[in-house]
Design a protein around this ligand. Structure first.
Ligand code: SF4
Length: 289
């Protein structure tokens, strides 16, 4: 069986930076309780590794960081995640004099800068993203009246006063997901100022999927079902390779050997919060079958 690992793989720069930051803070403060508010990365294996290093996670599915912040104790050191956070989160932490470290990814920060610049110039902002995703919550918190969410799953109608709104998108979406939405927006707002803000790491992985051979029998998508960039890769693989079986797994233990009967060619793609080690373990596991 031929096993091809699609590059790039391993943590993206934003995730790697956030993980190293969390581990370093715990190393420097062995007697303090270090907690991540929300999912630092949407990957269970990575979170288990962090736990081993002594870094705890405060997370409940469906709850925002603001809804979880009461669980933080006054003497904790709080790590704010790579996706960004609502402005109010920092205000509360400051008011309570809690030490915190912001690991927001530079690509997400750049998006915030673009939004703030457009707001300063008097524009309303359309944010294409997913409702309740931390990155979308962070962007909307910049101005609750003038930053409007266009949810890619609901395609909700917007009522704007600005004829030339500024349009940005969540960094982990794909061109495929946003192109139709952008086309529709141009029809309603022909003067809209549209900026593609898919991050470098997401777009490299997406392009790589589109370019792999069409005769692959199985495409394994490595990552967690709660990771948006991994779900996007899965969707792209299904749409671009209709004859391949696309299977999402978190690690080698999720592989069902029955799926591999008669299979000649396998490809492995992975989300930005899946480690290199996990990808290589899956490759080795498949090669040994
Ligand atoms: S996926 Fe992109 S935006 Fe998200 S942490 Fe990685 S580099 Fe940053």
């Amino acid at each position: 069986m031929e096993v091809k690992v699609i590059k790039p793989f391993g943590y993206c720069a934003g995730v790697e930076h956030a993980i190293l930051m969390a581990i370093n803070i715990k190393l420097k403060n062995p007697n303090r309780h270090v907690v991540i508010l929300g999912m630092l990365v949407h990957n269970h294996d990575t979170l288990k590794m962090l736990k081993k290093e002594g870094v705890d996670v405060i997370y409940e599915k469906g709850k925002t960081y603001l809804e979880l912040i009461d669980k933080v104790k006054d003497d904790d050191i709080v790590i704010l995640t790579a996706h960004g956070h609502a402005l109010e989160v920092e205000t509360i932490l400051k008011d309570r004099h809690i030490e915190y470290v912001d690991t927001t990814c530079p690509f997400v920060k750049k998006n915030h800068e673009r939004i703030l610049k457009a707001l300063n110039e008097g524009h309303e902002v359309i944010y294409i993203g997913k409702e309740n995703h931390p990155e979308a919550i962070a962007a909307l918190s910049l101005n609750k009246d003038k930053v409007h969410l266009l949810d890619i799953n609901k395609n909700n109608k917007l009522h704007l006063k600005d004829e030339s709104p500024f349009v940005v998108n969540q960094t982990t979406l794909s061109e495929l997901e946003i192109s139709q939405i952008v086309e529709n927006l141009y029809e309603i707002y022909p003067k809209a100022i549209i900026t593609d803000t898919v991050c470098y790491s997401s777009s490299e992985r997406q392009k790589a999927i589109l370019s792999i051979d069409k005769d692959i029998d199985i495409i394994y998508v490595l990552g967690s079902t709660i990771s948006n960039n991994t779900l996007t890769l899965k969707k792209l693989a299904e749409e671009s390779h209709p004859n391949s079986k696309v299977i999402m797994i978190e690690n080698a233990s999720f592989i069902n050997k029955e799926d591999l009967k008669g299979v000649k060619k396998v490809a492995i793609t992975s989300g930005a919060s899946t480690s290199k080690e996990t990808v290589l373990e899956v490759k080795e596991f498949l090669e040994n079958i």
